[in-house]
Design a protein around this ligand. Structure first.
Ligand code: HSE
Length: 404
């Protein structure tokens, strides 16, 4: 029998306990041993919940119990999670976490400590919730140079953008509805400003390229400026707008960014709607491979945490190597990355066509019935710096959205 402890009895923590209770037989068979939840740590009481019998409020009880071999950290936030996880690894306990803030900030250090103690630091649930993506990147896609990773990594923003696209609603109305349904936080900034996706792409990129990507250096734009009018144009073009976290390795440059991107219906991520997440990986010999599923939620996320617990038990005295050094991956300035841009401009198409052509060349113009006093156009593939230089020649640009 292997004893484990669960740190945090919130949504994911209670999910971990539930998954182990529901699928105990399968999980034990896969782990090769009976997994026993010996402790749950939380500051709160849970009267009437069976977990009350194993609830502790003092982390030292868990840390100093040599019978606890694996810890699931599902509290979220950097502190006290970092202090708890670090001390657990130093005591020779393996740790499985769903905490992307912790992994993005301290991943290389915690991996190094785990390796030094012949234990494991695992974080499958930190990106894409229940979608297996960490293990495939680390253990399966090992024969390729990874050209790109493109992810819809945030369920809240994907839900909002999908609603805007399909129902013609504006951002504020959908956000309010998402908050009422519990899909968006009361303070939605981490999701709608792209910070959550930013940490997730930092983790994926660090794993793919073996060096640390500091999330603070990732160019990040959220979805707060996307409007219902943008979707009127997108619908006319047979396109949609998605929030991408993207890492690209091209011509010796590493570009990483989080931005809204307008894509057409041939893009593999076009049909990823609602709260779902998906990650498209392109390898130089593998080609495209895509991972799709529930990127958040109690049981899907708990499923990923428990899959790590199973792996940690299978590899109790064996460190599974993870290529993620503390050395910084040097990111290129996204101003030199190239793409097409969808641009909305105030005024009349005919009156301004020559002016636009003088700045951007022979572009395609788009107008939408019912949208007055403005039009749009799509540029050729140009660098971000080029776009800015050309755009500075035009007054009245309402918005621009990157395209793929
Ligand atoms: N707020 C996150 C999302 C939760 O919407 O995807 C999962 O990290």
């Amino acid at each position: 029998m292997i004893n484990i402890a669960v740190l945090g009895y919130g949504t994911v923590g209670s999910g971990v306990v539930e998954v182990i209770r529901t699928n105990g037989q399968i999980i034990d068979k896969n782990a090769g041993q009976n997994i026993n939840v010996k402790y749950v740590l939380d500051l709160r009481e849970f009267p009437g919940d069976p977990v009350m019998d194993i609830l502790v409020h003092d982390y030292d009880v868990i840390l100093n119990d040599p019978e606890v071999e694996v810890i699931a950290e599902v509290m979220g936030g950097v502190e006290p999670a970092y202090t708890f996880v670090k001390s657990a690894l130093e005591k020779g306990k393996s740790v499985c976490t769903s905490n992307k803030e912790l992994v993005a900030k301290h991943g290389p250090e915690l991996l190094r400590i785990a390796a030094a103690h012949n234990r494991n630091f695992m974080f499958e649930a930190s990106v894409g919730g229940g979608i297996p993506i960490i293990r495939p990147l680390n253990n399966a896609i090992t024969a390729d140079k990874i050209n790109s990773i493109t992810g819809i990594l945030n369920g809240t923003t994907n839900y909002i953008l999908t609603k805007m696209c399909k129902e013609g609603l504006d951002f504020d109305a959908v956000l309010k509805e998402a908050q009422e349904l519990g899909y968006a936080e009361r303070n939605p900034s981490a999701d709608v400003d792209g910070f959550d996706a930013c940490r997730k792409i930092a983790i994926l990129c660090s794993l793919a390229y073996g060096k640390n990507v500091n999330y603070e250096n990732i160019y990040t734009e959220g979805i707060t400026k996307i409007t219902d009018i943008d979707f009127k144009y997108a619908n006319k073009l047979g396109r949609s707008v998605k929030l991408f976290g993207k890492a690209e390795h091209t011509e010796g440059q590493f570009y990483v960014f989080v931005t809204p991107v307008m894509i057409d219906d041939t893009h593999p991520l076009f049909s990823v709607n609602g709260v779902f997440n998906a990650i498209l990986v392109n390898g130089n010999v593998l080609g495209d491979v895509m991972f799709y599923g529930s990127g958040a939620g109690k049981l899907p996320t708990a499923s990923a945490v428990v899959s790590d617990i199973v792996d940690a038990v299978r590899n109790l005295n064996h460190n599974i190597p993870v290529e993620w050094s503390a050395e910084e991956l040097e990111l290129s300035d996204i101003r030199s990355s190239k793409k097409r841009f969808f641009v909305r401009l105030s005024g009349d198409t005919q009156a301004r066509a020559e002016e636009v052509k003088a700045a951007f060349g022979d572009v395609e113009f788009i107008s939408v019935e019912g949208v007055e006093n403005e039009f749009a156009f799509i540029t050729d593939i140009i660098s971000e710096a080029d776009y800015e230089e050309k755009a500075s020649k035009l007054n009245g640009i309402i918005t621009r959205i990157r395209m793929e």
